[in-house]
Design a protein around this ligand. Structure first.
Ligand code: NAP
Length: 240
């Protein structure tokens, strides 16, 4: 039976690869994002449905829910990114510092909190919720890392709440992943080389690396795997 998958921020980068992976597996996919033209192009390319939705806006998330089928099998909370790339350095201004922190918390935590809360009643028993975290949650990176760490804590509540219905909830935490809009053109060659050299595999991550892990977490083989953070980073962060 074909499942229904919702991928927030599914028009570009990792979200797009996730959408593509589920389509390849025979599932129906709905992608969201804020830019209508980008979203429509991706939807046409991937042959998926698109709904314009800024996941930080409660009213837009409510409108998204109204557009979706009664049963959702998998929710992928992928929308997010480091909003600091587009912000001026606060340079000691506490007001600006606060705005910058709130922007990252909104983009990376509230998108997942609002969407998960709104869709929880529609999630099918035995389904899956997957949040896109980051290696930054374990390494720092200011408000971005802190927001991804908060997302991982939110994941624990989702796993506990939905677990009795057989629904799993996990975080997939990528390391540096190329071929996305994440860096907004601001990644220097030397920083890129440093990130590559930090891996044990000596190669850059690409969106399909992440998409395969997301797909596995929603598969029959992963029904006892929940409340975890799965790092996908070529060994740039080692765990034990
Ligand atoms: N690439 C990396 O190295 C890396 C590493 C660790 C974690 N991650 C995480 O992986 C996820 C995917 O990022 P990516 O690397 O694939 O970058 P990306 O290409 O910039 O993708 C992010 C997507 O999210 C959408 N989005 C952002 N804010 C949104 C909002 N408020 N509501 C709805 N959609 C929103 C964007 O589309 P619109 O702008 O049109 O809304 C975009 O399609 C993010 O959560 C990111 O933090 C990425």
């Amino acid at each position: 039976m074909s499942r229904t998958i919702v991928v927030t921020g599914g028009a570009t980068g990792i979200g797009r690869a996730v959408a593509e992976r589920f389509v390849a597996g025979g599932d129906e996919v709905v992608i969201t994002g804020r830019r209508p033209a980008v979203l429509e192009k991706a939807a046409a390319d991937l042959r998926v449905r698109a709904v314009v939705c800024d996941g930080t806006h409660p009213a837009q998330v409510e409108r998204l829910v109204a557009e979706l089928p009664a049963r959702i099998d998998v929710l992928v909370n992928n929308a997010g990114g480091n909003t600091d790339f587009a912000q001026a350095d606060p340079d000691g201004d506490l007001g600006r510092l606060k705005q910058n922190w709130l922007a990252n918390l909104e983009a990376n935590v509230l998108t997942a909190v609002l969407t998960t809360t709104a869709l929880a009643p529609r999630l099918a028993d035995g389904g899956a919720v997957i949040h896109l975290g980051s290696i930054a949650a374990a390494k720092g990176a200011g408000s971005y890392g802190a927001s991804k760490a908060a997302l991982a804590t939110f994941n624990l509540d989702v796993a506990a709440e939905l677990g009795p219905r057989g629904i799993t909830s996990n975080v997939v935490a990528p390391g540096f992943t190329a071929e996305t809009e994440y860096f907004q053109g601001l990644l220097s060659d030397s920083r890129r080389e440093t990130l590559l050299q930090a891996t044990l595999t000596k190669r850059e991550g690409v969106p399909i690396d992440i998409a395969e892990t997301v797909w596995f977490l929603a598969s029959p083989g992963a029904r006892h795997l929940t409340a975890q953070v799965l790092h996908v980073n070529g060994g740039a962060l080692a765990t034990r």
